[in-house]
Design a protein. Structure first.
Length: 583
């Protein structure tokens, strides 16, 4: 069978047809890569990077000590406790990991939680590693909140009393380098304390500079204060930095967005930056903005926007792969965009809490996150571990008909007419969606997946629920529709992707639909003397609809051996959906 180039071969006849890219994903593998010898284990905060020769390294916080000590505390610098950054490495793309044995003592003055506040590590041209590290500075304090265990609250999930206006050592950004792969680090720059700056996004640009984004945050602990999204740049590998430029800020004083300091960005081909910003206000979603460099060298931001997938989360880690696909690892799932943030899609293959992603090779991604732990005191009640997810992917084109009120929207595939044929497609069944065949002008036959309770007919009623679905074989001739055969399918959710095959041989049509990779196919077999030669095409009726991964052959073939993978079937090896919602 030959793959159909949907962008080049499909021509609209009626309706509003557009094309865009999405991802095919396969070989989704999950495995635990580290858990402390102590039980329960306390590990958190992934830092993942790739070095020039392909070595992967993963650092994370580990806390060890007397598990019977009492009470629980967010101060990890107590006697009898260890609080350090541990590092693993892999030389085979994450198939196996080995412990380097390195234990880097973390911030010895910090006593609020185990957050390492290192967001990014990358390698520069001379082979050195460089990182940002926000850490305390002796004697520099602000009024903050300090959590102290309260036995009276032991009946509650959070048995701590947060004491406001407590003196808290403030974290300030510093820049470090390592010449031996991360075993030892040297600080090369500290931002002035009076800047009140805090770095979370930290990446090299194609022009050779290094860009850091974060917030100018006077109080450090209150995201509802006047915090500014801020940016600075280094042209000498981190040794000196430009004056911090303030950009966006909290500007809604009725219900503050709660703009905090946690942001990340990727560089686009046109030199703009796509940045995602965390907000902590009531019922807020994450925001995205574009930064564009002006002739003066300063940066100018676009008006922030959001969408339904940008639910509240922790740090918005972003990774732009070599093919331009941008991944955003979040508390819900992995989100991705193939059009530089104009639209986003969701891969339901696992969520993260402060996780990070690396590109192992073109088309293969590796993600690491903590599991069973969030911002936590020691001792913690769960046995935490570091989880790895790998997956392979490729871009594929989708063609979509966008006019939901159009009767008989049709497009044709190429110029060839077929007597016998075999066609496979993945169809997004939004209401009345399918394949047209024997297309001659305004007359054609069709095989359509029909979901009567859809968003056009019953707005809101179909949302999030499976509905009765049918497979219809019909004919449209000069505006008149005749139904030739109808069968009941499984219940399906509107907008779900469904596998569909059609096979024509000597005037006998076989049409079959498969809801998912592990569901049985349902068939209709019909013979019509009027079946003859004609073009093949795509069909929707008073519905939107979409098609992808289409293949065609100019001869009859068995259906049972030609079912593909489905966009709604991101499965683990045991066939169970991977929709973890823990952290």
């Amino acid at each position: 069978m030959r793959a159909i180039d949907l962008r080049q071969e499909v021509q609209a006849v009626h309706g509003n047809w557009r094309s865009y890219d999405t991802l095919n994903v396969w070989n989704i593998l999950k495995n635990e890569i580290y858990r402390s010898e102590a039980e329960p284990s306390y590990v958190c905060w992934a830092i993942l990077w790739t070095e020039a020769e392909g070595t992967l390294k993963l650092s994370f916080t580990e806390v060890a000590g007397d598990l019977t000590s009492w009470p629980p505390s967010y101060n990890f610098n107590r006697p009898g406790m260890e609080y350090y950054l541990k590092t693993l490495q892999s030389s085979d793309g994450g198939q196996s990991w080995e412990d380097t044995g390195w234990k880097e003592r973390l911030d010895e003055r910090w006593d609020l939680n185990a957050d390492h506040h290192i967001r990014h590590v990358f390698q520069i041209e001379n082979g050195q590693l460089i990182r940002n590290f926000c850490r305390t500075q002796e004697g520099f304090t602000v009024n903050g909140n300090r959590a102290t265990y309260d036995e009276a609250k032991s009946w509650e999930a959070f048995p701590f009393e947060e004491k406001p206006n407590s003196p808290v050592l403030k974290k300030l950004p510093t820049i470090w380098t390592s010449g031996n792969g991360g075993e030892a680090w040297e600080q090369i720059y500290s931002f002035p304390a009076e800047n009140n700056f805090f770095i979370t996004g930290f990446h090299p640009l194609r022009n050779g500079s290094i860009l850091a984004v974060g917030a100018v945050n006077p109080s450090h602990v209150n995201a509802f204060d006047k915090n500014w999204v801020s940016i600075t740049e280094s042209w000498d590998k981190g040794k000196t930095w430009s004056p911090v430029q303030k950009l966006l800020t909290n500007d809604d004083y009725l219900v503050p967005q709660g703009m905090c300091e946690e942001f990340d960005f990727v560089e686009l081909d046109d030199g703009r930056l796509l940045m995602i910003m965390r907000t902590d206000g009531l019922s807020t979603h994450m925001l995205q903005t574009y930064l564009e460099r002006e002739d003066s060298g300063q940066w100018k931001e676009s008006t922030p926007t959001t969408n339904a997938l940008f639910k509240h989360s922790g740090y918005p880690y972003m990774r732009r792969a070599s093919d331009g696909t941008i991944f955003y690892y979040t508390l819900q799932n992995i989100l991705y965009t193939c059009d530089d943030g104009a639209s986003w899609n969701e891969l339901e293959i696992g969520n993260s809490y402060y996780g990070q992603i690396a590109e192992v090779s073109p088309g293969k991604m590796l993600a690491v996150t903590q599991r069973n732990i969030g911002d936590a005191a020691f001792q913690y009640v769960h046995d935490a571990y570091m989880l790895q997810t790998t997956f392979e992917y490729a871009r594929t084109a989708v063609i979509e008909q966008t006019d939901s009120v159009r009767l008989g929207a049709v497009s044709v595939i190429g110029e060839e007419s077929y007597d016998d044929f075999h066609l496979y497609a993945e169809v997004r069944a939004d209401g009345e969606t399918g394949i047209a065949f024997q297309v001659n002008g305004d007359s054609y036959y069709f095989a359509a997946i029909v979901i009567p309770c859809n968003e056009f007919r019953s707005p809101g009623a179909a949302a999030g629920q499976e509905q009765d679905a049918y497979l219809l074989i019909g004919m449209q001739e000069n505006g008149a529709v005749t139904i030739l055969r109808r069968i009941m399918l499984e219940r399906m959710q509107p907008h779900a992707w469904i596998g569909m095959q059609m096979d024509m041989q000597d005037g006998v049509l076989k049409a079959a639909v498969k809801k998912s990779a592990d569901s049985p196919a349902k068939y209709v077999v019909i013979k019509e003397d009027a079946f003859s030669s004609g073009k093949l095409g795509l069909f929707t009726n008073r519905s939107t609809g979409a098609f992808k991964n289409m293949k065609i052959a100019s001869e009859s073939m068995p259906l049972r051996s030609n079912w593909g993978d489905y966009a709604d079937a991101y499965k683990s090896l045991d066939g169970k959906p991977m929709k973890e919602k823990e952290y």
